[in-house]
Design a protein around this ligand. Structure first.
Ligand SMILES: *Cc1c(COP(=O)(O)O)cnc(C)c1O
Length: 366
């Protein structure tokens, strides 16, 4: 029996293709890659991911614990701000702790003195098309910028984390950023043992010059004699997952509008946040439809797409690239049925790995 929609469908073969690129980058560059759980935390896939990565990195205590428990390898603990209530548990589950500010470093470093400690540094430059996601935006709180303040923790910090890329598919842009880091921070790089360049480098893309990236990272690590890390999130899962939905109704208002059993805000929130459309394939043919969600939000629209045949009630629509920043952000807005999670195995069979029902909805509130 076919699975009931809506569901996210993760494809193991497509994941494997991305992971092969992660492996190639690690082998050619010597850089370590830790999975950014913020982008994708669907832990049923971690058994497949973990052998091709060096561990995980986090943005909260919950992610630290998930990384330790389900991913393995090195567990990097980073948070924009740790609280007194969570720091001990974060340290207990971490192999490295990265602080976002000198004040957090001063507050908690002594507790974690047995671990390698890092400080997030903000070089004031970035590659991001969105102000919302730009760590170098004015008044940014993401990382220390002041060189004297950074100097004040150099007696205890063994590494830096610099995350300034967001969906960066240009090697030239990454290389230029690295040049800027070196100009500004090169003297510090001589003194640390490791550096993480964060996530946002889309090196798994079909036309990305992975060899050039690897060579640049390798040269960097040799020049400063340090271990380079990357923290890919979206790049690991890009193109591997779809959101499978069904048409529930078709209405007309100057255009044909197909309403599906999902909602943008609840199941693919970033489309709204970044004002983007979903995508479908092949998106060709003479029949044009707006595909919209079933929430009561007027702008709950996935996009306008072309189909070879007229859509009918019950037809399947498959939204592409629904792996990164979707399942980690899904919510119960409108009480819309939560998509299940399914995995297409390497042999083509599909396993339903998690369903969500009314009891999960009730349990999410009180
Ligand atoms: C968001 C984030 C990542 C992952 O970014 P992707 O764009 O998903 O690769 C890695 N490191 C840090 C510090 C982040 O904030």
């Amino acid at each position: 029996m076919p699975l009931a929609t809506p569901y996210y469908l993760i494809d193991e073969n497509l994941l494997e293709a991305n992971l092969a690129k992660v492996d190639r980058l690690r082998a050619l560059s010597g850089a370590k890659c830790v999975m950014a759980l913020k982008a994708f935390s669907t832990w049923s896939t971690f058994a497949q991911l973990a052998p091709h990565m060096d561990g995980s990195t986090s943005s909260s205590l919950n992610e630290v614990k998930l990384g330790r428990e389900k991913f393995g390898g090195e567990t990097h603990a980073y948070s924009v701000a740790w609280s007194d209530a969570e720091i001990d548990e974060a340290i207990a589950n971490a192999d490295k702790v990265i602080f976002n500010s000198v004040s957090q470093f001063e507050r908690y470093a002594a507790k974690a003195a047995h671990l390698p400690l890092g400080i997030r540094v903000n070089p004031g430059v970035s590659h991001s098309h969105f102000d919302l996601a730009d760590p170098a935006r004015p008044f940014s709180r993401l990382g220390e910028r002041d060189l004297a303040r950074i100097e004040s923790v150099m007696d205890r910090a063994s590494g830096f984390m610099i995350h300034c890329n967001c969906e960066n598919d240009s090697f030239e842009s990454f290389a230029t950023l690295l040049d800027r880091f070196e100009e500004k921070l090169g003297a510090f790089f001589e003194r640390i043992d490791w550096i993480s360049f964060g996530g946002g480098v889309h090196f798994t893309g079909a036309s990305y010059p992975l060899e050039k990236l690897a060579a640049r990272l390798k040269a960097f690590s040799e020049r400063y004699r340090l271990q380079v890390y990357l923290e890919p999130g979206d790049a690991v899962v890009t193109g591997t997952t779809t959101l499978e939905v069904s048409v529930l109704d078709i209405v007309e208002n100057d255009k044909q509008i197909a309403i599906v059993d999902s909602a943008v805000e609840a199941h693919m929130l970033d489309l709204l946040v970044y004002r983007e459309n979903a995508s479908v394939a092949p998106d060709s043919g003479p029949h044009r439809y707006v595909i919209a969600g079933k929430s009561c939000l007027a702008g709950d629209v996935f996009g306008e797409f072309s189909f070879e045949a007229p859509l009918r009630i019950g037809d399947r629509v498959s939204f592409l690239n629904a792996g990164g920043y979707t399942m980690v952000k899904k919510n119960w807005f409108n009480g819309v049925a939560m998509p299940s999670i399914a995995i297409r195995r390497k042999d083509g069979s599909v396993d339903l790995i998690r369903e969500f029902g009314y009891t999960d909805y009730v349990a999410s509130l009180s």
